[in-house]
Design a protein around this ligand. Structure first.
Ligand code: FAD
Length: 435
């Protein structure tokens, strides 16, 4: 076996899920040398959401080791020394380029061979690039994407070089909204463009979106909706200078940040495990169709018990919880014990400027807006309920306290019946708080 590195457990990917899995292995009892984490990134697992938030602050920006896992959920920070102390091997800057699940073998770009007894796939997602669509000039310098620490470092570097310059944000999802705000706070002249009629269209209702769009406009951010970038201009150094829109307009730009979506990294496993909904299919214990192989986080397509449906969830709370569930399941299977099925309530949040929202549940059915959604209010607080088949199934709240957010989570979980929609609108948060 000479050059083969063998581990009882290997996690491929060193992101959020990997970090929380490592902590759970430790809790469940792990012997030194049993676990390895193999990551393309150069650093130990960290809380990825920081990259589009605190990492871009003009003053006191968050930097590692501050936001290593598991601080994002109020836990202890796992510094690189923690892994060492526990005898967990971190193979960093190591990309796996070939996988043979049949022979339980992984091969790295440098040609190392790894073997395992149990594998956890935690490769997460990768960004969709404008070069994927062959958009003219999309490979110019200072056009950025944001997924990994390295991307955030490059953006931060360029923000220094192009101080007080012009930024164009392509995409109206949460990455676009968070980075747009961060660029504005850094005194950039910010424009945002997206093709949809309102921002965050997959979650926001028009009424919710209207609040954020007005709030952003009040901050001096120019939002151009219903447009896409069809090309980029560059100077002789190859640096981007302008964004060409499909309506013929050209926006000047020193920096462009693109947030147009992500796709899960499953290519290595193609044809070797069952897939569904663009991810790797698992059961309620995150077991894949291949014995001894689990998949967690962004890549997992798993059954959501509450909705009796297989879904993929690309949010940090699920990355953490699915990792813990998989490790519990692995340990239980070794001792013949049983654990409870995963029973996940979808939860997603975002923060920008002084705003902070949380969403729980499912955004289907009719909606009811409540509260103070005036973007000029000193402390706006408003929300929305989604009602399906006469029951509240989804709950959104901007500006809530921890207790209020908890009440919203509870309502999305318990799905109380709504007798009177007007009453619900009037009561708003109070309806959730009394459940
Ligand atoms: P990741 O954390 O992406 O980790 C995957 C890891 O696998 C990476 O380290 C990658 O380098 C590595 N990898 C991939 N392929 C290989 C390979 N072949 N060999 C070796 N290593 C490999 N969610 C929220 O709920 N709220 C937020 O506010 C929020 N903000 C976000 C902000 C940003 C900028 C980003 C990018 C995401 C944000 N998310 C947010 C989403 C959240 O971060 C992800 O859902 C979460 O990180 C998924 O965890 P994961 O472990 O599945 O994947």
């Amino acid at each position: 076996l000479g050059l083969v590195k063998y581990f009882r457990y290997i996690i491929i990917g060193g992101g959020v899920a990997a970090g929380y899995a490592a902590r759970e292995f430790d809790r469940q009892g792990l012997k030194p040398g049993e676990l390895a984490i193999i990551s393309k990134e150069a650093v130990a697992p960290y809380e990825r959401p920081a990259l589009s938030k605190g990492y871009l602050n003009p003053k006191g920006a968050a930097r590692l080791p501050e936001f290593h896992v598991c601080v994002g959920s109020g836990g202890e920070r796992l510094l690189p020394g923690w892994y060492k102390e526990k005898g967990i091997q971190l193979f960093l800057s190591t990309e796996i380029v070939k996988v043979n699940l049949g022979s339980r073998t992984l091969i790295s770009a440098a040609g190392e061979t790894f073997k395992y007894q149990t594998l956890i796939i935690a490769t997460g997602s990768t960004v969709i690039r404008l070069t994927d669509f062959k958009i003219e000039g999309a490979d110019a310098k200072n056009i950025f994407y944001l997924r990994e620490l390295e991307d955030a470092d490059e953006l931060a570097e360029s923000m220094k070089a192009k101080k007080n310059g012009k930024a164009v944000i392509v995409g109206g999802g949460y990455i676009g909204l968070e980075v747009g705000a961060a660029m504005r706070i850094n005194n950039f002249d910010v424009s945002m463009i997206y093709p949809e009629p309102w921002c965050m269209p997959r979650l926001f209702t028009p009424a919710i979106a209207a609040f954020y769009e007005s709030y952003y406009a009040n901050k001096g951010i120019k939002i151009i909706k219903g447009t896409v970038a069809v090309g980029f201009n560059a100077n002789p150094n190859g640096e981007v200078t302008g964004v060409k829109l499909n309506n013929g307009r050209v926006l000047e730009a020193d920096i462009v940040v693109v947030g147009v979506g992500a796709r899960s990294l499953t290519t290595l496993f193609k044809g070797q495990v069952e897939e569904e909904k663009g991810g790797i299919k698992t059961d309620k214990f995150f077991k894949t169709s291949m014995p001894g192989v689990y998949a967690v986080g962004d890549v997992a397509a798993f059954p959501i018990k509450l909705y009796n449906e297989v879904r993929r969830v690309e949010h940090v709370d699920h990355a953490r919880k699915s990792a813990e569930q998989a490790v519990k399941a692995i340990k239980a299977s070794e001792t013949g014990k049983e654990i409870e099925e995963y029973d996940y309530l979808p939860y997603f949040y975002s923060r920008s400027f002084n705003l902070s929202w949380q969403f729980y549940g499912d955004n289907v059915g009719d909606t009811v807006l409540f509260g103070d959604n005036n973007p000029s209010s000193p402390k706006p607080k408003f929300g929305s309920f989604w009602i399906k088949d006469g029951k509240v199934v989804g709950a959104f709240l901007e500006g809530g306290t921890p207790e209020e957010n908890k009440a919203m989570a509870k309502i999305a979980r318990l799905q109380p019946r709504v007798e009177n929609v007007d009453q619900l609108k009037k009561e708003g948060l109070a309806f959730a708080s009394k459940i």
